[in-house]
Write a protein that binds this ligand. Structure first.
Ligand code: SIN
Length: 276
């Protein structure tokens, strides 16, 4: 196995490894790379749904998304689908999967199934590097803060997604809910401090009013979105990505109108998040 950084400071490409036939010692090496980079890219994989599931199960236990449709092959594989005729895509804004859960997901494994001829990249951000680079006065301000994460504004009645042509693909309107988490977490494996707020799901700081929260959240988001903390991955047939939801954000570019895109996603269960 050969692991090379993808872009300065964000992600790594894992070469010379087939996920479907990985040995136990390769899995151990892969776990270490996942902890170090928090975002791994793989090319030329032969990973049909049953192997996608097997890889996920070797890494941890699977948690099923409350809102997405699942595949014919398995109720544990979520479909991230955009039809030719659809305008809105799933995950088109920066977010972290499942941060609205009390115990957010560890990570997600996304496999390309149908790709547009052009466009449809996924962008990623490194929230450990972004935290490290915050000015000391801002780090001090964030100490001890907690934030509310929600999905109601997206998936609830009249939520943003419900008002789009994505609505037919979504279920679970009654499963909406909130959770609170520390704003700076200690990553359970890498031990790094990580900024744990995201534009998709973080509503406000606990005990702060909405406007006051918005000002600081927008400042933090502008910081994370700088080029040195972000990268863009172009999908090819056989591409797979595996990201750590505790220390990354992602968003799917919606720049391929008139073309279809289908990805299969499996999400791995995490553990409660602790303040740094
Ligand atoms: C997601 O938000 O999980 C989807 C990412 C993608 O489709 O590229």
């Amino acid at each position: 196995m050969n692991i090379v950084p993808f872009s300065p400071g964000v992600g790594a490409v894992v070469n010379d490894l087939q996920l479907a036939t990985m040995t136990e010692s390769e899995l151990t090496e892969l776990r270490a790379a996942f902890t170090e980079y928090g975002l791994l890219f793989f090319r030329d994989q032969d990973l049909p749904p049953e192997e996608h599931l097997r890889f996920a199960n070797r890494f941890g236990s699977i948690v099923v998304n409350k809102f997405f449709k699942t595949t014919q092959e398995s109720p544990q594989i979520a479909e991230v689908r955009k039809e030719k005729t659809q305008q809105t895509n799933i995950g088109g804004g920066w977010h972290t999967d499942h941060s609205y859960d009390d115990i957010p997901a560890l990570g997600s494994i996304l496999v390309a199934r149908t790709l547009p001829e052009t466009g449809g990249d996924t962008q990623f951000a490194n929230l450990a590097a972004a935290y490290d680079a915050l000015p000391d006065n801002l780090k001090k301000k964030l100490e001890g803060l907690r934030a509310v994460h929600s999905n109601t504004h997206l998936y609830g009645e009249n939520g943003l997604y419900r008002l789009t042509d994505l609505n037919d693909q979504l279920g679970g309107m009654d499963r909406v809910g909130d959770a609170t988490h520390p704003v700076v977490i200690r990553h359970p494996e890498s031990d790094r401090k990580v900024l744990y707020v995201n534009p998709g799901h973080t509503i406000q700081f606990e005990g702060w009013d909405f406007t006051e929260s918005r000002t600081l959240l927008d400042e933090l988001y502008a910081h994370v979105m700088q080029p040195q903390f972000t990268c863009s991955f172009n999908w090819l047939p056989g591409s797979v990505t595996f990201w750590d939801n505790r220390c990354t954000w992602h968003q799917a570019n919606n720049d391929y109108q008139g073309q279809a895109r289908l990805m299969h996603r499996i999400t791995i269960a995490g553990s409660p998040l602790a303040a740094a």
